[in-house]
Design a binder for this molecule. Structure first.
Ligand code: FES
Length: 214
């Protein structure tokens, strides 16, 4: 089981985050405020540089009036919650089948070589962890770094990203094949105007019509 380090025993929401948390609670009926748990944990994690200590779990349990184990169940189930410190740049690499078939194993080896063991923080403040599908499979392989997705990555792209972060350079989120969103990755795609789409829709034969008339 993931070790949950104890510290932050003086943790409490900042004034700003308390307001955010209270706004989340209001989304649920009286007596059901515990349903806001994912948002509340997220706010706490962001306040605490990307991870949740056991003291924060206790704080949230009291804040939501829930048993500590219920909070722990959520925090350990979702990989978006970190129970150990993370680096200033935290890489979440997708290891699920489409990404694996598109080369995520090689990317993982590079992360291991460059940053070290999963869930450790390197001297230059980088960390990584393998996660399940990030929901961008059509642009596999995918890595989330902090809040952004980096897609269609080759090993050299990832190496450049790591080097750029180390040199405090900006990195570019999105596809590294210059794909437009999740469109096919060739240059022959045709972008239709609203009018052209309407024209096509007007002239389209309804599926199954021919069969009915036959
Ligand atoms: S399998 Fe990697 S994003 Fe879905």
């Amino acid at each position: 089981m993931t070790e949950n380090k104890k510290n932050n025993n003086n943790f409490s929401f900042t004034k700003e985050n308390l307001l955010l948390a209270e706004r989340e609670l209001k989304k649920y009926p009286k007596g059901r405020e515990g349903s806001a748990i994912i948002s509340i944990l997220w706010i706490a994690q962001r306040q605490n540089k990307g991870w949740l200590s056991s003291d924060i779990i206790d704080y949230i349990a009291k804040f939501l009036d829930l048993p500590q184990i219920r909070v722990m169940e959520i925090a350990t189930f979702y990989t978006m919650f970190n129970l150990n410190p993370v680096g200033a740049h935290h890489f979440q690499i997708c290891g699920t089948t489409p990404c694996m078939l598109s080369g995520s194993e090689k990317l993982k080896s590079l992360l291991y070589e460059e940053i070290g063991e999963q869930s450790s923080v390197s001297k230059d403040n980088l960390s990584w962890v393998e996660v399940e599908c990030l929901g961008a499979c059509c642009n596999a392989p995918v890595i989330q770094i902090n809040d952004d997705y980096y897609e269609d990555l080759a090993v050299t792209d990832l190496k450049n990203i790591i080097d750029d972060l180390r040199n405090k350079k900006e990195i570019k989120p999105g596809s590294y094949k210059d794909r437009l969103s999740s469109a096919p990755d060739n240059k022959n795609i045709q972008i239709l105007t609203e009018d052209e789409i309407e024209e096509i829709a007007k002239n389209r034969t309804k599926p199954g019509l021919e069969a009915k008339n036959a």
